[in-house]
Design a protein around this ligand. Structure first.
Ligand code: ZN
Ligand code: ZN
Length: 282
């Protein structure tokens, strides 16, 4: 569904989110009401069909090749994936006792909190590279599920937590999206929207591509992304969650968060599959 520049997709009533642009706060209240409604039978059937289909297809763990009935990564491998703990609640980097880190205290980023499912290290890096550059789109589902598990530890049901957030996948530059054919952040955000029955909108536009972040030295990345995003409409009063596969320096997410705040968002959080450790800590 597309209306007023937003591409919307959610597992509940689509008509529900029509007034996203004009009535941000009202929209958020209605999301809370929607979350209180029982799941629609159609959505439940779709989910059941999806799970049944998965069981029918022969599947092996993407890491150890052990046969697994209902997952892309087996339970043993999933339990061994690298995580960052304790972490700064704001930027998700290692921080003793889980306190806000010195860097965030000195220069608070525009986002309020960050949840990262994993450290961007072996073998998480290989899985995400296979998704992004190897076109193994099924890994998008794994990425969504492992991030959902991380979110659930923080908030068991974010759709019922006061004001349900709007999920916004980090957009790729149009040229890169055409080249790749898909946006991995969107795959992850879709999996989260389905898992938690949260609204999702492609509310940000990437206006400037710049050189690929991976090709730039650490410091140059900050200047490269400043002003690279713009909101496609007003986000007044909304709690926005930016969804991405990898948070490297945080510069890209900070630029996106600044754009969402400039469009009226009340608060911006980041949910990412993996967080890169600073040089020397990996
Ligand atoms: Zn395995
Ligand atoms: Zn921090």
């Amino acid at each position: 569904m597309s209306r007023g520049g937003f591409a919307l997709s959610n597992p509940r009533s689509t008509a529900f989110y029509n007034d996203l642009r004009a009535h941000g706060a009202a929209f958020a209240r209605r999301c809370a009401q929607a979350a209180a409604e029982p799941a629609r039978p159609a959505a439940a059937w779709t989910e059941l069909a999806r799970r049944q289909l998965r069981r029918l297809l022969p599947q092996n763990c993407a890491l150890c090749a052990a046969p697994v009935p209902d997952a892309l990564v087996c339970t043993a491998c999933a339990a061994a994936l690298p995580t960052i703990h304790p972490a700064c609640p704001r930027c998700a980097l290692p921080s003793p006792g889980g306190a806000v880190c010195g860097a965030c205290l000195a220069h608070p980023p525009p986002f309020t909190a960050t949840l990262a499912a994993h450290a961007y290290a072996f073998p998480v890096d290989r899985l995400l590279q296979a998704l992004k550059y190897g076109g193994q789109i099924a890994l998008g589902e794994w990425a969504g599920e492992t991030l959902a598990a991380r979110v659930r530890r923080e908030a068991p049901d974010p759709a019922r937590a006061g004001e349900p957030p709007l999920l916004v996948p980090l957009p790729l530059a149009p040229a890169r999206q055409r080249q790749r054919g898909f946006n991995q952040a969107q795959l992850v955000a879709h999996a989260l929207a389905r898992e938690f029955a949260l609204p999702l909108a492609a509310a940000l536009l990437r206006t400037r591509a710049g050189p690929p972040q991976a090709a730039l030295p650490w410091q140059a990345r900050l200047g490269n992304v400043r002003g690279a995003f713009v909101a496609r409409g007003r986000l007044d009063g909304l709690a926005v969650v930016l969804v991405d596969d990898v948070m490297t320096t945080g510069a890209t997410l900070a630029a996106a968060a600044a754009a969402a705040l400039a469009a009226g968002a009340r608060r911006v959080d980041c949910w990412v599959v993996a967080r890169t450790l600073p040089p020397g800590q990996s």
